[in-house]
Design a protein around this ligand. Structure first.
Ligand code: C2E
Ligand code: MG
Ligand code: MG
Length: 669
């Protein structure tokens, strides 16, 4: 890079050079001027010196000229040339005759001195004095005394002085140039360089005004204003880019995702689901009667309705679900990770409910609804297009059936419908007295005597012929288990009381769900029901599964402890299927372990597991009961292993209270 190129690129260097040259020029001019003044002073001094010398010698010289005393005359001129400055001294007489003269030999001058003398001082500095005496009151000239001074010392003096003046001037100039350079670099070029550097760091694709360094000491001056202006420009750029991005990704009317982006979100969701082996649900929503509303009430009302629909959808869904508008009155919702059909069903129901609520538009109430078509990855399609097409088809089915929603796979629609039927029926089943309890006896394994029974719920008007486990699970999910559980507790307590009166005490066990245990006042509720029916708490047993216990260990622990303090028996149901460790078990306030059916009548009854459970229970002072005893062989084996009680089809299936009385209670004593 040549120096010119370098100068072009560096403002600081250019500034420095200009400042240096200018200050040198100024220094030279100023020194030149002061030297010329000095020179003229020196010359004046030299001339006055010559006059002084002449004045000093005037008296003697006049005498010598008048008396024509050559010895005196010689002495006088010699005394004058003895002075360093004086080159020549001549005394002439009245007629111009030389009385005495003395001249020092002329020394060769150095070039610089010769140059200075010839150009600035002059080769000769002459002085002359006419000599007079007074005769008869008249002045009479008797001669002339003249001297010539040597300019060399003057020139030398001048050169020394000039040297020091020029050097000081130059030093000053360089110092000033350096100070100016530092100042301008501190004030101007270095902040400019910082601003340039931070501007170069800004990514034009994704500008961030924070990247721009703010200059604290320049906040209010032109430099600060420059930075402010650039920041403003960047902000403008960002908002312009955002608007562009919005235009590209958002639906301009509703501001939710547009067709391109919702399709993109769906394909992303498919990729994630493939990796995680999870599901994706696609909901194709079309508003019912939209065309009529639009045509009769105007497009403005139609637009407002669509905006409201988008708003309601956004409010109903979770933040990680995606909502987009495909165009017209069609919306698409993508829901990730709902592996349980029931969970998805709740979302669909919520959407249906929110879209069916009345709309207040243009001062009137408008009623409409959405038709929702649902397809599911991977069951109904492996890619975006296929899933959207299936959801679209399902939406037409939903519209045609007038049922608001439809799954692409018919069996799913059927499943969901069945489930909704069950849920609806469950909500009223207690009120409509559709439940009853069956009782399954438990016997002492050694004596064969009845020790109690387990109350098992039965649903008379079961709409879908669902299993007990099936409807209990749904009741747990939709919360109706609380009412059902209360009914079971009440009914079992009434039964205990009745049997106590008629046959002496018979222990009855009821099954308790997780949801019930989580109720804040569960313990108080159980105690109040016992009190209400005046039941001996020792005759009530609560069966709680391991999983329920482990779900809310601390809460269950406190609740069970209180219940047990009141005399209620606690057993762990389906023991061995959960993960209850020995250390937990030893702390849990329980009385009985109910060994799960799978260890007794399952495909591989395990002696090792059974032996271990029985030994563990004995060590902890707990009783054991085996459930699902179906054969004599199993019974013998269980007795041999030391299991305390038995329950199962071999003894009896769950039977009505009446049957239990007839078969087991009448000949109890
Ligand atoms: P669980 O508490 O383990 O009840 C035992 C289940 O095993 C009962 O099924 C019973 O009929 C069945 N069973 C009894 N002996 C045998 C046998 O020898 N072989 C076979 N294969 N099965 C036998 P059920 O009545 O259908 O109840 C199923 C589950 O439903 C119960 O399991 C319990 O978890 C739940 N459940 C039943 N009634 C209630 C209730 O009132 N409240 C709550 N929360 N859950 C209940
Ligand atoms: Mg049970
Ligand atoms: Mg069980």
């Amino acid at each position: 890079m040549s120096i010119i190129d370098y100068l072009r690129k560096s403002l600081a260097l250019t500034q420095a050079i200009i400042a240096l040259v200018l200050s040198i020029l100024i220094a030279l001019l100023v020194s030149g001027y002061s030297l010329s003044l000095h020179l003229s002073d020196q010359r004046d001094e030299a001339f006055s010196l010559a006059q002084e010398i002449l004045t000093a010698a005037e008296g003697g010289a006049t005498n010598a000229a008048w008396t024509l005393d050559p010895v005196l005359a010689e002495q006088i001129v010699a005394s004058m040339t003895a002075l360093g400055m004086v080159q020549d001294a001549v005394l002439t007489g009245e007629t111009g005759n030389i009385i005495a003269a003395d001249r020092k030999p002329v020394q060769e001058k150095k070039y610089l001195i010769a140059w200075v003398t010839s150009n600035f001082i002059g080769d000769e500095i002459l002085g002359e004095r006419k000599l007079y005496i007074e005769l008869n009151n008249e002045m009479r000239q008797v001669g002339v005394l003249s001297i010539k001074l040597n300019p060399t010392p003057l020139a030398q003096q001048f050169l020394t002085f000039a040297g020091s003046v020029i050097i000081t001037g130059l030093l000053q100039a360089v110092t000033i140039a350096l100070v100016l350079l530092w100042l301008s670099s501190w004030l101007l070029t270095s902040p400019l360089r910082r601003v340039t550097r931070s501007i170069s760091k800004i990514d034009p694709e994704n500008p961030d005004p924070r990247t721009l360094e703010s200059l604290t000491i320049h906040a209010t001056n032109e430099m600060g204003q420059l930075v402010n202006h650039i920041q403003q420009m960047l902000k403008g750029l960002i908002s312009a880019q955002e608007q562009l991005r919005n235009l590209a990704t958002r639906d301009p009317l509703t501001n939710i995702l547009n067709r391109t982006l919702i399709a993109d979100r769906l394909s992303q969701a498919i990729i994630t689901a493939k990796r995680n082996h999870s599901k994706v649900a696609v909901l194709f929503i079309d508003m019912d009667r939209f065309k009529t509303i639009n045509d009769s009430l105007g497009h403005d009302v139609g637009d407002t309705l669509l905006i409201e629909v988008a708003h309601r959808l956004l409010k109903t869904l979770r933040s990680n679900d995606a909502v987009g508008r495909l165009g017209g009155d069609e919306f698409l919702v993508v829901i990730e990770g709902n592996n349980e059909l029931s969970e998805l069903m709740y979302v669909v129901q919520r959407i249906d409910e929110t879209l069916t609520l009345p709309y207040f538009l243009a001062d009137r109430e408008i009623r409409t609804s959405g038709s929702i078509g649902i397809s599911i990855y991977p069951e109904n399609g492996a890619d975006t297009n296929q899933l959207m097409r299936c959801a679209d088809l399902a939406m037409y089915k939903a519209k045609a059936s007038g049922k608001h929603w439809h799954f692409y796979a018919k069996e799913m629609s059927d499943k969901v419908e069945a489930r909704l039927n069950i849920e609806a029926a469950l909500n009223y089943a207690v009120e409509r007295e559709e439940f009853h309890l069956n009782y399954q006896p438990k016997i002492n394994s050694e004596t064969g005597k009845l020790v109690g029974c387990e109350a098992l719920i039965r649903w008379n008007n079961n709409p879908e012929d669902i299993s007990v486990e099936g409807f209990i699970k749904i009741a747990e999910e939709n919360g109706s288990i609380i009412a059902i559980g209360n009914w079971v507790l009440e009914t079992a307590c009434q039964q205990i009381k009745r049997w106590e009166k008629e046959y002496g005490g018979i222990s009855v066990a009821i099954n308790v769900s997780a949801r019930q245990m989580q109720e804040d006042n569960y313990v108080e509720h159980v105690l109040s029901v016992i009190k209400k029916h005046d039941v001996n708490p020792k005759l009530l047993e609560l069966e709680i599964t391991e999983t329920v216990l482990m779900k809310a260990l601390d809460k269950s622990f406190i609740a069970l402890k209180k219940l047990r303090q009141h005399g209620i028996n606690i057993s762990i149901d389906d023991f061995g299927t959960g993960y209850c460790s020995l250390s937990y078990l030893s702390r849990l306030p329980v009385d009985i372990l109910k060994i799960d059916r799978s260890f007794v009548s399952g495909e591989q009854p395990s002696t090792a597991v059974l032996e271990m459970i029985v030994a563990m229970a004995k060590a902890l002072g707990l009783k054991t009961i085996a459930e699902g005893v179906e054969t004599q062989e199993q019974k013998d084996w269980l007795i041999q292993e030391g299991c305390d009680y038995l329950q199962g089809y071999l003894i009896s299936k769950p039977i009505s209270s009446k049957e239990l009385e007839e078969k087991f209670l009448v000949n109890l004593n």
